[in-house]
Design a protein around this ligand. Sequence first.
Ligand SMILES: NC(=O)c1ccc[n+]([C@@H]2O[C@H](COP(=O)([O-])OP(=O)(O)OC[C@H]3O[C@@H](n4cnc5c(N)ncnc54)[C@H](OP(=O)(O)O)[C@@H]3O)[C@@H](O)[C@H]2O)c1
Length: 323
Amino acid sequence: MPSDKRTAVVLGASGYTGAETLRWLLGHPNVRVVGATANKHAGKRLDALWPQFVGATDLVLGTEAVPADVTFLCLPHGEASKIAPSLSGTLIDLSGDHRLPEPVHSAAYGFARATDPWVYGLPELGHARMLGATRVANPGCFATALALAMLPMRGALPAVVNAVGLTGSTGSGATPTPTTHHPARAENLRPYKVLDHQHVPEVVAACTLPGGPTFALDFVPMSAPLRRGILVTVPLPGATVEAYRAFYAGNPLVRVLSTPPDLHGVLGSPRADIAVVEKDGRAVVFCAIDNLCRGAGSQAVANLNLVMGWPVDLGLRSLPPVP
Ligand SMILES: NC(=O)c1ccc[n+]([C@@H]2O[C@H](COP(=O)([O-])OP(=O)(O)OC[C@H]3O[C@@H](n4cnc5c(N)ncnc54)[C@H](OP(=O)(O)O)[C@@H]3O)[C@@H](O)[C@H]2O)c1
């Protein structure tokens, strides 16, 4: 029977962001998933790799992308840009391959990118710019949390912004490394890429008004003994609860809370939780997200919604698990 649903394929569905993107797509009312790929896991059933999907799909992980209305690229940096030129339809790239212009991209990622235009898919930068887009660069996970913490202050940010962010181990992908596997992460906190995280240029670009003053972002990322979740802390003089509530009013993917957020409020959820704590003219902004949801898969689905002209939170309305 013919379907008016849009077809979707996920490249890299054996990885964390790919599986999370599929989780949201399989529950989306306007989408039919028609394919999923993997590299070393190709040939396996998706539900053999991820028991979460037993009963939800009988997809087998392939090696090649099949044609679809939309293709999600959940691949390592450098791999997405290799395959993108051969794909048709709408592409939503979760890697860092298409987020930054040159020469900033080369400085951040160590290889040059093609100059074809991709829309930076942070929904809060405006919905109209996404409608009908065929090439969407999904923001980085830290970049999403930092930009959401700072966007309401765009144009009024200090010349130097300081920020600290903690992240869970899934942020580094499914393949363990000496600094990301369990014995190294458990019961440990470890700063890394201090003042040198590749997401910083994304945040500066997103939070600078065209023709307006720019700023430096001194960011200290820290690996935390968690699987999922990002919490960033940004002291921002001049930030007020009222301004943040007004900026995010009506946004179903951001909640402005009265007390500092914690990760339990966002894990498994497509929403970001933000709070501004003010005292004696000073202010600290917090933003909590699930790196695999608002920082990756559910944000990619929100971007699909905007490309298609659907409500930004279509298929993304579930609440986080309790407790
Ligand atoms: N993890 C996060 O929180 C997060 C958030 C935002 C954005 N991102 C970005 O999203 C992308 C995917 O991240 P991830 O954490 O999902 O990584 P991951 O868990 O390592 O998954 C990578 C996926 O790509 C496949 N793959 C690896 N090498 C390939 C190749 N040469 N050709 C084709 N497929 C290949 C893997 O297949 P096999 O497993 O079968 O080898 C796997 O399905 C990265 O660019 C990452 O920076 C990650």
